[in-house]
Unconditional design. Sequence first.
Length: 133
Amino acid sequence: EDHPSVSLRREVCKRIGQSYLQESEIPSGVFTALMYDEDVRGEEKLHGLTGPQAQEIAQELISSALKYFEWAKDEEEPESWVRIAEAKISLGNMYEVDSAEQEECYAEAEKILSKANNVTNGKYLDVLENLLG
């Protein structure tokens, strides 16, 4: 665990995860806009993507980010747990409102955030309250 290659692997995995999250921003935005934004609600496509296409691409990219964040997780570093929770929230946002998948993502994120919040004496209370809010 203390071997230098472990911390290097975690850092590399964290950065790869962040890259996947960045890549998901456009399809996530397209899905959200086409689903919920009154200004573009009647539109068929945005940035060349339909809502379902954007949703699927975003889900795949965020799922990949999650995989790398899991590999980067450090039991001694609550911030690494919060990264996972935030990605789960992002993934949950890419499902239909109140769907089982969305609820599952949010419940998992809540559990992680509660643990991180307890360990850090309230450092992540804002994130947790936003999720529960």
